[in-house]
Design a protein around this ligand. Structure first.
Ligand SMILES: Nc1ncnc2c1ncn2[C@@H]1O[C@H](COP(=O)(O)OP(=O)(O)OP(=O)(O)O)[C@@H](O)[C@H]1O
Ligand SMILES: [Mg+2]
Length: 403
């Protein structure tokens, strides 16, 4: 079981590393493309500037003029502004929104110019002897888009990956829930028949006067009672558990009494009740007792049958109830604390690793409460905390069971 979880997290790490590698590769490749394109645009502008200069300075015939004009017109993508003595005299490839006023247009051009100044040094073009002109230019919009494209791509892929992961894991959880519920229902159902027949046999034995107070009969009766409790638990978890107003302290008292008699005498269970008055909560008694039993049994195991368990009941704001169950056992590491609620996680030879999974399910799904490890320290002990809401308006429905 342990191995499954290790493999699963290794797989997750592997996938994340692979995804990061893809992202880096995509970024690198686009960067190379951007550099190439940028070089090419620069060349284009240099030729453009040269054509301008040639046109202004040389005696040329009509045909030559046509060629130069074509060179100038070839630049259909790189925005350029021609400046003469601090005045904009011409521009190309600058987009203006329709219905723009002259003032707005000037402002836009100025903005473009300062953008270009920030990007590349202008090319100087001489018209005649004393007239110096500057060709300002910047990256084309395509180049801009190409630069940001991999980020958009990565974002979209990440969103897609997260969504599909969520969909898959919720489908898996729904399936697990169906197994839990189905198995529990079936167990309760199958136990039902032999228990009722055992009860009939017990009645039969008790009819014999000499056996009425016999130890064997009394013990048999206790065991049948216990079997009935177990069946009630399985049937509660396999169907809509009915929640009733219960005195929480009273329930704890009952179950700890029962446990104390069955565990080593070297383990003492103590209850500290700091609830202000009698506290009733909506609970399913069978299931809630099961939770306490599971946590206390784990505590006994962790203490190697010698030590102290303290159950501390306190009131939280708004009448909610906090219950801390502390033991003086061997404690857990941080890594263990993260795993204890996973189905199948166990460090025991004969453990199933289901006790805490079940307990969490009962508290969180059926009672809308919280169960978590509050603290744990090696060789000092562990504290589990149960948080129960006073107003859980718990009308149980099928959806909760299947969530
Ligand atoms: N109080 C505790 N102190 C230290 N470790 C604990 C404590 N409670 C639980 N653990 C650890 O968490 C693991 C899982 O507990 P869980 O009750 O789910 O399964 P289990 O006790 O191993 O088996 P079972 O299904 O029989 O209960 C335990 O094996 C143990 O390593
Ligand atoms: Mg256990």
């Amino acid at each position: 079981m342990l191995n499954i979880y290790q493999n699963k997290s290794r797989l997750k790490i592997g996938i994340i590393i692979f995804a990061l590698l893809l992202a880096v590769l995509s970024l690198y490749y686009t960067d190379v493309l951007v550099k190439h394109l940028s070089e090419r645009e620069k060349k284009l502008i240099e030729i453009y500037a040269e054509a301008l200069e040639t046109m202004a300075n040389t005696e040329i015939n009509e045909n030559q003029s046509l060629v130069l004009q074509n060179i100038i017109n070839a630049n259909q993508s790189v925005p350029v502004i021609l400046v003469k003595e601090d005045k904009i005299i011409d521009y190309r490839n600058i987009y203006f929104p329709p219905n723009i006023t002259k003032k707005e247009k000037d402002k836009l051009l100025k903005n473009e110019l300062s953008l270009m100044t920030g990007q590349y040094a202008p090319i100087i073009v001489e018209f005649g002897k004393d007239s110096k002109n500057f060709v300002f230019y910047r990256d084309s919009d395509i180049l801009y888009q190409l630069r940001y494209y991999p980020y958009v791509q990565i974002l979209v892929i990440t969103i897609f990956a997260v969504l599909s992961y969520l969909a898959f894991s919720s489908a898996r959880r729904a399936e697990q829930n169906r197994i839990w519920v189905g198995l529990a229902k079936e167990t309760a159902h199958q136990l039902g028949t032999p228990i009722s027949s055992l009860m009939a046999w017990l009645e039969y034995l008790k009819e014999e006067e000499s056996l009425k107070q016999d130890n064997v009969v009394l013990e048999l009766e206790k065991d049948i009672k216990r079997l009935e409790t177990v069946t009630a638990r399985f049937s509660s978890i396999g169907s809509e558990p009915i929640l009733q107003e219960e005195d929480i302290y009273f329930i704890i008292l009952g179950i700890t009494n029962y446990l104390q008699r069955r565990i080593s005498t070297k383990v003492k269970i103590e209850i500290k009740n700091d609830l202000p008055k009698q506290k009733n909560l909506l609970l399913n008694r069978h299931l809630f007792e099961w939770v306490i039993e599971n946590i206390c049994k784990n505590a006994v195991d962790a203490m190697e049958s010698r030590g102290h368990i303290l159950i501390h009941l306190k009131e939280a704001p708004e009448g909610d109830v906090l219950m801390d169950i502390s033991d003086s056992g061997k404690g857990m590491t941080k890594a263990q604390m993260k795993k204890v609620f996973q189905a199948g996680y166990t460090t025991k030879k004969r453990g199933w690793g289901l006790g805490l999974t079940l307990a969490k399910r009962i508290i969180e799904n059926y009672h809308k409460g919280k169960l978590f490890v509050k603290s744990s320290e090696a060789d000092k002990g562990t504290t589990f905390r149960i948080y129960l809401k006073a107003n859980n308006d718990l009308l149980f429905n099928e959806e909760m069971l299947m969530q």
